[in-house]
Design a protein around this ligand. Structure first.
Ligand code: PEP
Ligand code: MN
Length: 364
């Protein structure tokens, strides 16, 4: 997949290559809150201010943002502090209002990305505006839905395009607000390597205590930017109070003693390159062996399936599967493999085995 896009370095407001940082409150709450927060952010070198004006809420009756009047507060941030401003859009009407009020960049929220009708409407409203647009991943772990939204925008001429990874909803109880699901962002990078990816550790983690680690992970994975919620007085925030940093706390993370480490994507160091070539060759050989073993294992599984069929035995013997999984997790732990990792692998392998045996059973 190839998109026709322009690098963020040419969008006109990100000055340093990595990370590009977007910061600001979850919601624009008042002129004073916007100006005070922006002053703090400007002081620590942030150029792009974010603030939600229309807030998608799970339940009716919550704080849904101040709408169009709040766009005037963003205009004030531009005027007073010379910053660029961005907000979320979820309809064509929102886009028209943003353009009218001089908003410099917009983003699509996770709930909107999941809706192709809305995405098409928004894409058509953006046609001819030259506004940069960032698209959050949908709330469900569906990379195609994410790419579809990006494609719709690109086909309508949006070339200043990027993605924001904010994790996905989960039915499991997690320490984070959303499951980080890094594999989704990694898959997006694989499918569209030229697309800049921002990470939103605020909505991913749901608490200020996780921002640093999640941001570091984003940089370690080589992603280009961060969108971080910051509020002049987080305790009094009207939305997402637990996850907003003060500008000073954000400074600590970006520039303090334990600041984020920015890693290069490549180097000219010959020793490094030589070592990497050798190590990657080793990995390739191991991967070939893994694949070969898997093929052999599947062949045995198929033979077992044939035996079961001839003897009229059901495919699944719960006791056997349980014992196998337990044995592999225990053995894995003995040689330093994480139990969850081993479980995930064997659940996948077992599923494939059951499928193969099912096919045998269905054959005439
Ligand atoms: C937001 O960025 O304010 C927001 C609502 O985030 P998300 O769409 O990721 O939930
Ligand atoms: Mn928020």
């Amino acid at each position: 997949m190839k998109l026709d896009i322009v690098s963020p370095m040419e969008w006109g407001f990100f000055t340093l290559p990595r990370p590009c940082v977007i910061a600001g409150p979850c919601s624009a709450e008042s002129l004073d809150q916007c100006l005070t927060t922006a002053a703090g952010l400007k002081k620590i070198g942030i150029n792009m201010f974010r603030a939600g004006v229309w807030k998608p809420r799970t339940h009716p009756g919550g704080f849904e943002g101040y709408g169009v009047p709040a766009l005037k507060w963003l205009q004030a941030v531009k005027k007073e502090h010379g910053m660029k401003v961005s907000c979320e859009v979820a309809s064509a009407q929102h886009v028209f209002e943003c353009v009218k009020h001089g908003v410099d960049m917009v983003w699509i929220g996770a709930r909107t990305t999941a809706n192709p009708f809305l995405m098409q409407e928004i894409a058509e409203a953006l046609e001819g505006t030259d506004l940069p647009v960032l698209v959050k991943n949908p709330v469900n772990p569906d990379v195609d839905l994410w790419i579809g939204a990006l494609e719709r925008l690109n086909r309508c001429g949006v070339r200043k395009l990027g993605a924001i990874h904010r994790g996905v909803s989960s039915s499991q109880k997690l320490k984070y607000r959303n499951d980080p699901a890094w594999e989704m962002a990694i898959e997006l990078r694989r499918r569209i390597p030229e697309l800049p990816i921002f990470v939103d550790p605020s909505h991913m983690g749901g608490s200020t205590e996780y921002i640093q680690d999640l941001s570091q992970r984003a940089l370690d994975l080589g992603f280009e930017g961060l969108m971080i919620e910051s509020h002049c007085n987080p305790a009094c925030a009207l939305s997402d109070a637990k996850q907003q940093l003060t500008p000073d706390q954000l400074w600590e993370i970006l520039l303090g003693d334990n600041k984020l480490v920015v890693r290069d994507n490549d180097t000219d160091n010959l020793v490094y390159k030589e070592n990497m070539t050798q190590l990657r060759a080793k990995i390739d050989v191991l991967d070939d062996n893994i694949l070969l073993l898997l093929a052999q294992r599947m062949a045995v599984s198929k033979t077992i399936g044939q035996f079961k069929k001839e003897n009229n035995i059901a495919i699944l013997q719960a006791g056997r599967w349980d014992a196998l999984l337990e044995r592999m997790i225990r053995k894995g732990e003995e040689i330093g493999l994480d139990a969850d990792f081993v479980r995930d692998i064997y659940v996948t392998i077992h599923e494939a085995s059951v499928n193969v045996q099912n096919k045998v059973l269905e054959e005439k």
